[in-house]
Design a protein around this ligand. Structure first.
Ligand SMILES: [Zn+2]
Length: 262
C-alpha cells in the first residue's frame, strides 16, 4: 500500500511538471472565459449527445455508476469528502489523490496506470477548487475510468480536465461520457425534471441559452446540495469559469432528459 502511494506521488509530480508545456493551448484558452461561455450557449447539446453516445452506451455508464453509488441519479452525489473519496477509490479499484495545484485552470486528470509503476489507475483532483468543482473533476475522471474498464478508453494516456475545454468535450465521445457521469451525479432525475421544465428543456438542450428563472433554480439547487454560489472572494475570471461549467452541465443534463429521458 505504501509503495503504491509513493508510486502515485511520483506519477502526480511528473504529470504536473509537464503540464505547462503539454497543455499550453488549454492554459491560453482559459484566459478568455467569455468566449467559451458564448460558444457553449450556442451549441446544440442534443445533437452532440445523439452523435457521440448511443442510449446503450449511456445506460452502461449509468449501470456502472449505480454499482458504486446505488443512489446514482436518484440522490445528489457527494459532496466530496475524504470518506467519499476513500469509499469510491475502494469500490473502483483506483488511487485517488487530492492536492492543491496553483493553476485553477486544471481540475484534475486520469492516468490509466498500465505503463506506470502504480498497481492501479490514478485520479488526481485539484483541491484548490470549491468542493463542487472538486466533486465535478472526480466524477468526470471516474467516467474515464469506466470507459477504460470497458476497453473504450484510450490507454496509456493522461486525460486532463481543463475547464476551458468544454467545447471540445462535445466532439469527443470519451469526454462527453465522462461529463454524463457529472451531469447525472449532480442533477438526479427528480431535480432535473423540476429545474428543466418540459417547456424549457428543448430550447436549453438545443442551441439556446438558459433563461433567468432556470439559472435561479440551478443556483439554488447547487447552493443547497453543495454550498456553491458565485463569490466575491473569487476572481471575476474564476467566477466566469464556474459559470461556463454550470452552463455546460446544465445543457448536457437537459439534453439527457430531452433525448434519452434519463
Ligand atoms: Zn476528460
Amino acid at each position: 500500500m505504501k509503495e503504491d502511494s509513493i508510486a502515485t506521488d511520483k506519477v502526480v509530480q511528473s504529470v504536473l511538471a509537464k503540464i505547462g508545456v503539454l497543455n499550453a493551448k488549454e492554459l491560453k484558452a482559459w484566459e478568455h472565459p467569455r468566449n467559451d461561455i458564448r460558444r457553449l450557449s450556442a451549441r446544440d447539446y442534443a445533437a452532440s449527445l445523439r452523435s457521440q453516445l448511443t442510449f446503450a452506451q449511456i445506460t452502461e455508464l449509468v449501470d456502472k455508476a449505480t454499482d458504486v453509488w446505488p443512489q446514482f441519479n436518484h440522490k445528489v452525489l457527494g459532496p466530496p469528502s475524504r470518506q467519499f473519496f476513500a469509499r469510491a477509490a475502494d469500490a473502483l479499484h483506483l488511487n485517488v489523490k487530492a492536492a492543491r495545484y496553483t493553476s485553477l485552470a486544471l481540475y484534475g486528470f486520469y492516468v490509466d496506470g498500465s505503463r506506470t509503476a502504480m498497481a492501479k489507475p490514478l485520479i488526481f483532483v485539484n483541491s484548490a477548487h470549491h468542493a463542487l468543482a472538486i466533486g465535478t473533476a472526480f466524477c468526470h475522471e471516474v467516467g474515464h475510468h469506466f470507459r477504460a474498464g470497458s476497453g473504450r478508453g484510450k490507454s496509456n494516456e493522461v486525460r486532463f480536465y481543463f475547464d476551458a475545454a468544454y467545447n471540445d468535450h462535445l466532439d469527443d465521445p470519451g469526454e462527453l461520457a465522462a461529463d454524463v457521469i457529472v451531469a447525472l451525479g449532480g442533477y438526479p432525475q427528480t431535480a432535473a425534471n423540476r429545474i428543466f421544465t418540459r417547456k424549457r428543456r428543448r430550447q436549453i438542450a438545443r442551441a439556446g441559452g438558459i433563461d433567468r428563472s432556470v439559472i435561479g433554480r440551478i443556483r439554488s439547487h447547487l447552493e443547497t446540495s453543495y454550498g456553491f454560489d458565485f463569490s466575491r472572494t473569487l476572481s471575476p475570471d474564476q467566477n466566469l469559469q464556474y459559470l461556463a461549467g454550470m452552463i455546460h452541465y446544465a445543457k448536457l443534463r437537459a439534453a439527457l432528459l430531452e433525448e434519452y429521458d434519463i
